[in-house]
Design a binder for this molecule. Structure first.
Ligand SMILES: C[S@@+](CC[C@H](N)C(=O)[O-])C[C@H]1O[C@@H](n2cnc3c(N)ncnc32)[C@H](O)[C@@H]1O
Length: 987
């Protein structure tokens, strides 16, 4: 009697919950990770055989299902559950976000604890889950979605494949998983009928096996999804498997039941997040669901009674060695371990290795399922979250993150591999999901392990962004850093978006309807301040924009390949939105903040005396170190000479330190040493010919893969040849490709470090000004002051490794220098009341005399500086009287030092208008002089508030020649000066 009641109870209970439309209180929904999303967990133990939850939703016909499927998004389609009832196909559509829990139960094809069963209540079919084992509190409720190519199953390779090659049987099993259809029988049960819910034969449940499908339309739907993401060989495997049949539990007449689950673009992490999930009232666990098993330290179990997982039978075993010997003694590696003496190290190491691999297999299963207990080599005293543990990449043992480095130093499995040093991580990479680029996965796994790296590894589209960046660049460490940075940036955005908007995945970020949320998140990440319309980190806002555009194009391409035209279209629309709205919403303010940050910032240039001091210091040191290296070749003498020579080359060539630092040995040894072509020689002056013979030229890789030439003096060549020769004696790794290699490692010396070191040692007055970038600016500034011709300027720009536009905009100290060197002459003339003297002259024809200079230095226009909207857009003019004068003296100083014969007179400074190198000579006509006078008068008499509209009208009324942006700059400068003059007059 009692037995009968027991049997009926689950059904009756199910009917009760079906009719009340509620779920059991012993269940709760929880956010697991980005990979799985939410899941359902037992908050109390559930007995084997009990009813667990109903897969509740809207019951629709097959036809309606087909219609909905067409317009549903990928996510929604995942909630369509097809089943057979009364000889036709029906579907439960659970896509609507309600509070029901059944729709949130995840798949587990290996160790499910529930099975799906069909129940007829009041002559309507219902899908319910029943426990097939006792379920512990806090365990996740799972069931087998059936054999099919579910993306997550492919993404997390079986643990066997991680540690050992698959056996034939395993290979067969694996390919069966790749069959792309879940099929099922459905035993229909009426609540009126007697049924035994604890009698779990597979046929009672669905999905329960796979079979050849007669439903081709369903096949094709799934194929559409899989084709896009599965490489061709996998598809071939699938085809083979379908042809060779399945497990055979089902007859060919049985119809497939398809859980129309589609590929989530972000599903493959094996770790668990502690992030809270708050949409739809799901609980938000602060701790990860994966714990590290603590020492057994209860009264019943001693701490010496630790259980380990057997590599072969996967069970937790207390006496593993004994178990291995008795149960798996015929396995070659077990036999080999036991062939050694009982106390031998070899035996101990082999057994330990088997133990660690067994535990690793278990840990990988836990990681894959998203919940459970991992086994560490040194167990904590209390259950600890898995975030602080990592697997050793050599022996696969699990160690506390902060102790891993210590273990790696003496890990017996490391064999001859070099111990990783510096930033290189020592933990085992997570299992690489299929279709993720190996190198990109490595980059992602080597990141600092934090929330951000978690999002990177779990978001497919972020990894795709990394892959796209990876493919477009030549391999080097720096490129990897860049990719890492880009992936982290977008992950940070996603984390912020999740916290403050309904967005959840990277794909959500590039949906046009989400554009306002994206703007909100970007602003939050970049620290937008509404009042000032500025950002704390404006560059981040700009970078995120570029990355989002890239992600949108990646999503679009992937969607096109996958025949998901709705997604492709929406990504395309996002791109259009981005093009039209991004600037006004984000980038205008970000660029404004960036530009504003540069205003009034003193631009320090190196002083020529300091440069000269550094030069002499390096020459002396170089001679000394060359001698040392010849006499005592060792890593120290090599390092000294390498650093000095590197600094010399950067200093002499005014090159980016990063480019010269990376000069490869092979590039130096294979440099072109052929004589200069006699025809070219003819075109050179005697002096130039001598120079051409004097220097050697090496071509190195510059920014954006540009070829950048480096000139080498004979002294430098001698030092470099010595470095090349002495490498082997000085512990320079044979694999180290760099000329300025660091002995013992694979990296090179960094020019910036060397510069800093020698700048401080050489006794320079302003050592902080001696950096490679500032030296580049110095040479560029001098080129302006010396008025190089257009083609000479081009040559200089090419030599410096950038194009002329960049040179003009960023390297020359543009208007400020010109204002110093040239416009100031005009101002002096004006202040001295000699404006009419300018008639018929160009700016360059004005000669400064020291008295005049004194006149200009005592002004103060600060606080009255006008900002010009035009300058905002294109020109980089910033007017600051004080700063200008500092620079003026600096540039004069440099100029004198640069060339003894150069003086600031009308011969040397030729006829180039400011900002228009090489354009027609800009003489002041009578009209222009009058216009300036009028302008002056206008300001002195009527301009009360500088920068107001009246001034603009005044400017417009002037002759055409004065409309040039450079002249506008002059006018603003004049304007400021006049305000200062006016103040003086008022006083
Ligand atoms: C019916 S829903 C289950 C609820 C879902 N986890 C959620 O948060 O909405 C099916 C989806 O869950 C995810 N999923 C289910 N089982 C999974 C598993 N074992 N591993 C990873 N993801 C899984 C897949 O993204 C699938 O599209």
């Amino acid at each position: 009697m009692s037995k009968r009641r027991l049997r009926l109870r689950p059904e009756a209970e199910a009917a009760h919950f079906i009719l009340s439309g509620s779920d059991k209180t012993c269940l709760k929904a929880q956010w697991i990770n980005d990979y799985k999303g939410r899941g359902v967990f037992a908050s109390e133990p559930i007995e084997k055989g009990s009813f667990v939850v109903e897969y509740r939703g809207e019951l629709i016909s097959e036809h309606e299902r087909d219609k909905r499927q067409k317009k549903y998004t990928e996510k929604q389609t995942a909630f369509l559950f097809d089943f057979k009832w009364k000889n036709s196909t029906w579907c439960i559509d659970a896509s609507r976000e309600d509070d029901s829990l059944g729709r949130l139960v995840n798949d587990d094809h290996k160790y499910p604890n529930c099975k799906m069963k069909q129940l007829a209540v009041q002559d309507k079919p219902h899908l319910c889950l029943f426990a097939i084992e006792n379920i512990q509190a806090e365990s996740e409720i799972t069931y087998d979605y059936g054999e099919s190519m579910w993306p997550w199953r492919a993404l997390t390779p079986s643990v066997e494949t991680l540690s050992q090659p698959p056996t034939d049987q395993e290979a067969r099993q694996k390919s069966r998983v790749l069959t792309f259809h879940q099929t099922a029988t459905s035993e229909q049960i009426s609540t009126d009928e007697f049924s035994d819910c604890t009698d779990y034969e597979d046929k009672d449940y669905f999905p329960d096996s796979c079979g050849s499908s007669s439903d081709t339309s369903l096949h094709s739907v799934d194929m559409k999804i899989t084709e896009s993401v599965v490489p061709q060989n996998t598809l071939n495997d699938m085809a083979l498997e379908t042809a060779s049949g399945h497990s055979g539990k089902i007859t060919s007449s049985e119809k497939p039941t398809t859980f129309n689950l589609s590929l989530r673009s972000s599903s493959h992490s094996t770790s668990v997040t502690s992030r809270s999930f708050d949409s739809s009232g799901v609980t938000s666990p602060k701790n990860s669901s994966i714990k590290v098993l603590p020492l057994p330290n209860t009264e019943r179990q001693s701490k010496y009674n630790k259980k380990q997982y057997c590599l072969y039978c996967k069970k937790a075993i207390a006496k593993l060695a004994r178990h291995l010997e008795s149960a798996h003694g015929n396995v070659p590696e077990v036999a080999s371990a036991f062939s050694y003496d009982k106390r031998s190290c070899k035996r101990r190491d082999l057994l330990r290795s088997i133990k660690k691999r067994g535990n690793f297999n278990h840990n990988a299963t836990v990681a894959t399922s998203g919940a459970g207990e991992m086994v560490a080599c040194r167990r904590p005293t209390t259950a600890t979250g898995s975030e602080d543990y990592r697997h050793c990449k050599f022996c696969q043992g699990l160690y506390a993150r902060n102790c891993l480095w210590r273990h790696v130093r003496r890990c017996p499995q490391r064999f001859n591999e070099e111990a990783p040093s510096g930033q290189r991580r020592m933990h085992l990479q997570l299992p690489k999901p299929d279709q993720v680029h190996e190198a990109v996965w490595k980059i992602a796994c080597e990141m600092n392990q934090d929330d951000i790296s978690f999002v990177v590894t779990s978001e497919r589209d972020i990894l795709s962004l990394g892959e796209s960046l990876y493919n477009g660049r030549k391999p080097n460490e720096k490129r990897n850093d860049y990719i890492r940075q880009k992936m982290r940036e977008i992950a940070r955005l996603l984390i912020t978006a999740r916290a403050m908007t309904p967005l959840k995945s990277t794909e959500d970020l590039v949906m046009p309807t989400n554009f306002p949320h994206v703007i909100q998140a970007v602003r939050a990440v970049a620290g937008y301040e509404q009042e000032s319309n500025s950002y704390k980190t404006p560059s981040l806002a700009l970078k995120l924009g570029h990355s989002l555009a890239k992600v949108a194009s990646i999503v679009q391409c992937k969607a096109i390949i996958a025949n998901r035209y709705d997604v492709a279209e929406s990504a395309k629309q996002f791109a259009t939105l981005y093009e039209k709205k991004w600037s006004e919403s984000i980038s205008a303010a970000a660029l404004g903040t960036l530009q504003q940050a540069k205003w009034n910032k003193p631009q320090i240039l190196p002083f020529t005396q300091d440069v000269s001091l550094l030069h002499t210091f390096l020459a002396t040191k170089s001679a000394m170190y060359m001698k040392d290296l010849e006499e005592k070749p060792n890593s120290t003498t090599f390092g000294n000479l390498a650093q000095v020579t590197l600094t010399q080359v950067v200093l002499f060539n005014r090159k980016r330190q990063g480019e010269v630092s990376k000069m490869e040995l092979q590039v130096f040894t294979s440099r072109n040493r052929t004589e200069l072509n006699p025809d070219i020689m003819i075109g050179l002056t005697e002096f130039e010919r001598k120079l051409a013979k004097h220097f050697d030229r090496v071509e190195i890789r510059g920014k954006r893969s540009r070829m950048v030439p480096v000139l080498l003096t004979p002294d430098m060549i001698t030092a470099m040849e010595l470095l090349a020769k002495a490498r082997s004696e000085c512990q320079v790794h044979t694999e180290n490709v760099y000329l300025f290699a660091r002995p013992g490692v694979l990296s090179h010396y960094r020019g910036s470090d060397c510069f800093r070191k020698y700048a401080n040692k050489c006794g320079a007055k302003y050592p902080e000004a001696l950096t490679s970038t500032r030296l580049r600016k110095q040479v560029a500034t001098l080129s302006t002051v010396l008025n190089l011709k257009e083609n000479e300027m081009d040559q200089l720009a090419t030599f410096l490794g950038h194009d002329i536009r960049v040179h003009r905009e960023f390297y020359r100290l543009p208007e400020s220098t010109l204002q110093l060197a040239k416009v100031s002459k005009l101002l002096i003339a004006m202040e001295k009341g000699k404006l009419s003297d300018l008639q018929g002259k160009g700016l360059d024809d004005i000669v400064i005399n020291p008295d005049d200079e004194a006149v200009t230095s005592d002004d103060d226009s600060s606080g009255e500086t006008i900002t010009d909207p035009q300058q905002h857009k294109g020109s980089r003019t910033k007017n600051s009287g004080n700063q200008s004068h500092t620079l003026y003296s600096a540039s004069l100083d440099n100029m004198e030092g640069a060339s003894a014969s150069t003086t600031l007179d009308s011969k040397n400074i030729s006829n180039t208008a400011p900002g228009k190198a090489g354009k027609a000579r800009c003489k002041w006509t009578d009209d222009e002089v009058k216009a300036v006078e009028r302008h002056l008068l206008h300001f002195i008499t009527s301009c009360k508030v500088p920068g107001k509209k009246e001034c603009d009208s005044c400017i417009q009324a002037e002759p055409a020649a004065l409309k040039d942006r450079d002249w506008v700059a002059i006018k603003y400068y004049i304007h400021n000066r006049i305000v200062a003059l006016k103040r003086k007059m008022n006083k």
